[in-house]
Design a protein around this ligand. Structure first.
Ligand SMILES: [Zn+2]
Length: 588
């Protein structure tokens, strides 16, 4: 306590009793009061940007991430609160305000029980892809997303509002653009930014907003093929050789396995160029209504999977992302009508276990690849089966018969129960449940802190009947679920642990004063909070909580009916924390 300065204590005391309006004091540089509503809402999702990674580099950022971290409202304890921390469910929470269970998106893929075929989370077989080939995840669209988004709510009352999203991945764009978006574009190899085409639409019309951009990018890439090398000595210092199974991974730049655009910082730079192009060609934020732009930046995820999170590659990725975001944020700052930006992530991630082990994480291991085989053998013996009854699917396990089709007879439930018992007894397994047991468990109280959810509750928040796998399994923390292949995937995410659930959540607008806020919030709280700022009503089905940020002319959040939890009952002033506390304490 003695380390707190007197002015800081005074500020703290003031803030704890401050009325809502005081929580947001405009800085002295503010030109005047903010307009009633922002003209543009920008949602920036950095794929796989864990809280750990954000905090690790936070005091070294100088660009856009520095601006967000130093002059934004920084929620240090942000969570994707569900267990299956993957890209599609994570993106599905951010602008819908609901958990993956209600968004209908339990994982990146699931198994069609009738055919045994894998179904992509945003598969839309009736659509085509604008670039005229079947690539990436095949025909996609928002149909399987069973919740509406901020853009959908806005557009219902403001039909001239424009809703766009852009990403390195289709699911990064489509989940943010929602059902009534004007465009959801993602980068595809050898073409540029593409989109989906619904029956009755034409590819040419759908691509119009990015056609000139694609021509420009392709000409530039052809004339001057990009590469990836060091800009920082501190990143070069992280070079090293690592033994992954029987292979050696050389952590270096350019990557020893070869340069790939979509596994490099260039992907995010192009995505931000596309976002800027949409600002310009669609006059976003300059038409007297509120527009919505989603920007999902995929390179951090691709770099994390391919090279881990603690090597020279991620180091360079962080600095180049920061720089590219700086240019983009400068552009946003100049919008005359005012902009509100939220930064978050679809999930976190961690490094590959071989390097973690060397850094003192003695428990960091790869999951036992023989585990499934052992359990299948035991089940075959016990149930006198001629085929293995368990197979991987939908980020869990499926109970299947011949042809990998869902086993439909009465033995299915018995086999599933026996499999769960065997899994629970296996080393490195923290929990296993049949999907029936997960779905039968009660949903946790709406405002329970994300840090207090049990493993089963985390799974419940992502469970979707008919889509979730038959059995969900949680391995112990620091167990990496991929075998690890140099040139392929070295590390991953997807666990129910906080290194995969913890994500930064930062709200920012020009000329506001930076604040650190420590109470845990969830990504499902983002959409109702933004809805309040732009003055649209969020549906009553929204599961997140609107937070009074004091931005623009937004009034108090709509009153939430009953069953308020301890979190909900805390006085509003207590929900706010003091500007700069962490910076001052953290300055050490
Ligand atoms: Zn992701």
């Amino acid at each position: 306590m003695s380390r707190l300065s007197a002015p800081l204590l005074l500020t703290l005391a003031t803030c704890l009793i401050a009325p809502a309006a005081m929580a947001q004091t405009p800085s002295s540089a503010a030109p005047g009061p903010q307009p009633e509503r922002p003209s543009l809402v920008v949602t920036i999702v950095v794929d796989q940007l864990s809280s750990n990674l954000f905090n690790q580099y936070r005091d070294r950022f100088t660009g856009g991430l520095h601006a967000l971290a130093s002059t934004g409202l920084v929620y240090a304890n942000g969570f994707q609160q569900h267990a299956m921390t993957e890209t599609c469910p994570g993106h599905a929470t951010i602008l819908t305000g609901v958990n993956p269970a209600s968004a209908g998106i339990p994982a990146n893929d699931w198994i069609d029980r009738a055919t045994g075929a894998e179904v992509y989370c945003l598969a839309a077989p009736q659509n085509t892809l604008a670039h005229g080939r079947i690539t990436d995840n095949g025909p996609v669209g928002p149909d399987q997303l069973l919740a509406t988004t901020l853009g959908d709510w806005l557009k219902a009352g403001s039909p001239t509002s424009r809703i766009f999203a852009v990403s390195g991945k289709d699911r990064g764009a489509i989940n943010l653009a929602g059902h009534h978006g004007d465009g959801a574009f993602w980068m595809t190899d050898g073409f540029g930014f593409t989109t989906y085409v619904e029956p009755g639409q034409t590819a040419e019309a759908k691509l119009a907003p990015v056609a000139a951009l694609n021509a420009r990018i392709n000409a530039r890439l052809a004339a001057s093929p990009p590469t990836w090398t060091y800009t920082r000595a501190e990143c070069r210092a992280l070079e090293g050789d690592w033994t992954i199974g029987t292979q050696t991974f050389h952590a270096t730049l350019p990557p020893a396995t070869g340069f790939k655009l979509d596994t490099s910082p260039v992907l995010d730079e192009l995505t931000l160029e596309a976002a800027t192009e949409l600002l310009d060609t669609q006059s976003l934020g300059r038409r007297g209504v509120t527009d919505v732009l989603g920007v999902s930046l995929s390179a951090t995820d691709r770099v994390g999977h391919a090279f881990g999170t603690q090597g020279p590659e991620m180091c360079e990725q962080m600095y180049r992302l920061d720089a590219a975001l700086g240019v983009f944020m400068d552009r946003l700052s100049q919008l005359p009508g005012g902009v509100v930006v939220v930064l978050t992530a679809d999930h976190g991630g961690s490094d590959f276990p071989e390097r973690m082990h060397e850094r003192g994480y003695d428990d960091a291991v790869r999951g036992d690849p023989a585990l499934l085989g052992r359990i299948n053998t035991a089940l075959r013996d016990r149930f006198n089966l001629t085929v293995d009854p368990l197979s991987y699917g939908g980020s869990g396990l499926m109970v299947v018969g011949a042809g990998n089709v869902e086993l439909a007879d009465r033995r299915r439930d018995q086999i599933a129960a026996a499999a769960v018992a065997l899994l629970r007894a296996a080393p490195n397994v923290a929990g296993a449940w049949t999907i029936e047991d997960v779905l039968a468990s009660p949903l946790p109280p709406r405002n329970l802190s994300p840090q207090e959810l049990t493993l089963l509750q985390r799974h419940r928040l992502g469970a979707v009947e008919g889509r979730s796998p038959d059995i969900v399994v949680a391995q112990w923390p620091n167990t990496t679920t991929v075998p690890g292949r140099v040139g392929g995937t070295l590390s991953t995410h997807g666990t129910p642990w906080d290194y995969d659930r913890g994500v930064p959540i930062v709200f920012w607008s020009p000329n506001i004063q930076g604040q650190e806020r420590f109470f845990p919030i969830r990504t499902i709280d983002i959409a109702p909070t933004l809805a309040n700022i732009v003055g649209v009503e969020a549906p009553t089905t929204v599961e997140g909580r609107c937070m009074d940020l004091g931005l623009f002319g937004a009034g108090d959040c709509p009153v939430v009916a009953p069953a308020a939890s301890a979190v909900e009952r805390r006085p509003a002033a207590l929900q706010r924390t003091v500007s700069g506390i962490a910076r001052r304490l953290g300055a050490r």
